[in-house]
Design a protein around this ligand. Structure first.
Ligand code: FES
Ligand code: FES
Length: 182
C-alpha cells in the first residue's frame, strides 16, 4: 500500500505520520491523533461539523486529504480552549444556549471564530450568511446567532477566559463546547 510522509502542526504541536494518500484530514485528526472533537456529520461537504482552521482559515476537513495539510497548521476545537480556559466564543455558546445536542457545536464555534476574525462586529444577517455552511440538526439557529454576537463582543473586549472546573457552568454540556467525543 502506498503511503506518504506528512508533518502537520495541530493545536501548536507537530505530528509526523505515514498516511494513505486517500486519508481525509478529518479521519487523520479523529483516528490517528484521537482528536474526536472534530465531528463527521455528512462526509459530503454539506454540514460543517468537521470545520477546522487551516493556517487560520476555516475549512471543512472532510473535503481535503490529510496529505494536503502537510507543512501546515491546523486548529481544532480542542485547540481553541479547554475547561480550564474557555475561549470567549465557547463561553458565549454556553451563556446564550447556542447548543442543544452539541453535534454541530465544534464546527459552529470554529467557523464563528474565523468569521469574527474577519468581521469583528457582524450583524445578524452577516452571521447567518457567514455560517450558512454549518447546519444544526437541532435547528437552534437564533441562539447560535445570539451566541456569535456575544462571542464577537467578548473577543473584541478581550474578556478573560473562564475556568469552568472551578466554576461549573450549570446545566451546560461543557464537554461539547471543548470537543466532546462523538
Ligand atoms: S462532515 Fe464535513 S461537511 Fe459534513
Ligand atoms: S445542537 Fe444539535 S446539531 Fe446543533
Amino acid at each position: 500500500m502506498q503511503t506518504v510522509d506528512i508533518t502537520v502542526t495541530v493545536n501548536g504541536q507537530e505530528y509526523s505520520a505515514d498516511v494513505e494518500p486517500r486519508l481525509l484530514l478529518v479521519h487523520f485528526l479523529r483516528d490517528r491523533l484521537d482528536m474526536t472533537g472534530t465531528h463527521v456529520g455528512c462526509d459530503t461537504s454539506s454540514c460543517g461539523a468537521c470545520t477546522v482552521l487551516l493556517d487560520g482559515v476555516s475549512v471543512k476537513s472532510c473535503t481535503m486529504f490529510a496529505a494536503q495539510a502537510d507543512g501546515r497548521e491546523v486548529t481544532t476545537i480542542e485547540g481553541l480552549g479547554s475547561t480550564t480556559s474557555l475561549h470567549p466564543m465557547q463561553e458565549a455558546f454556553w451563556a446564550e444556549h447556542g447548543l442543544q445536542c452539541g453535534y454541530c457545536t465544534p464546527g459552529m464555534i470554529v467557523a464563528a471564530v474565523d468569521l469574527v476574525k474577519r468581521n469583528p462586529d457582524p450583524s445578524d444577517e452577516e452571521i447567518r450568511a457567514g455560517l450558512e455552511g454549518n447546519l444544526c440538526r437541532c435547528t437552534g439557529y437564533q441562539h447560535i446567532v445570539n451566541a456569535v454576537k456575544s462571542g464577537a463582543a467578548a473577543m473584541k473586549a478581550n474578556t478573560p477566559r473562564t475556568n469552568v472546573k472551578d466554576a461549573p457552568l450549570e446545566g451546560a454540556p461543557v464537554h461539547e463546547l471543548v470537543g466532546g467525543a462523538h
